[in-house]
Ligand binder design. Sequence first.
Ligand SMILES: [Zn+2]
Length: 246
Amino acid sequence: MIFEGIPIVDAHCHIGYFGGWANVGITAEELIAVNKKFNVIHSVVFTLPNALSAEAAKKYPKQISSYVWLNPFDGDKAVNELRTAVRDHGCKGVKLHPLFQAFIADDPIVYPIMDEARRLKVPVAIHSGHPPFSLPWSIGELAEVYPDVTIVMLHMGHGHGLYIRAAIHTAKRYPNIILETSGMPMHTKIKEAMDTVGDERVVYGSDIPFHHPSVELQRVKMAELNESQLKKILHDNAVEKLGLKA
Ligand SMILES: [Zn+2]
């Protein structure tokens, strides 16, 4: 166990199988079993098909919350799917992956989903760190258009130093952006992010099964955060900013 006294919320998880280049997979039960070893009490899960995460959240409501993964090119169908997911299935947010589905994060095609997320008061989590579609600057442009929608910048810039720097600078400029830590290699940038954008605006995520909590938590451990920052990044910020019960 890497953090003994702090119950942890993981803001970025997947279940199911991801083929192609990734070739990784995990079931809801396996996720819960791994979580137990690391004192992770609650996971935000987004996956395709969406039914998988919705069913897991229904079956394990204490351990799992679901986000609905939407494709903006689906137009009204995506908006309806969001409405049904939140109202009928207790879905807690939206996941967008601009790189995966080839749209720029701030393209107006995303607006109908953002409008509905605003109406439903749910956060929108967006993959970051890959050109040309998923860059921090574009997510910033979207945050500027929707200042009243909470946007989680997943991976806070990911593996590229300049993107990580841009993620922190962009989040500093737009107070509705929350940075999420998974897959971002520099422990130092976690502390820099909290010191720069504020202790309330960074959340821990693992991106399991693409990454493992043992590695992702170790980076938080080495970030030289104070006790209050640790509690916030590992638990409180996800609960308060993302509207989770954990
Ligand atoms: Zn992911």
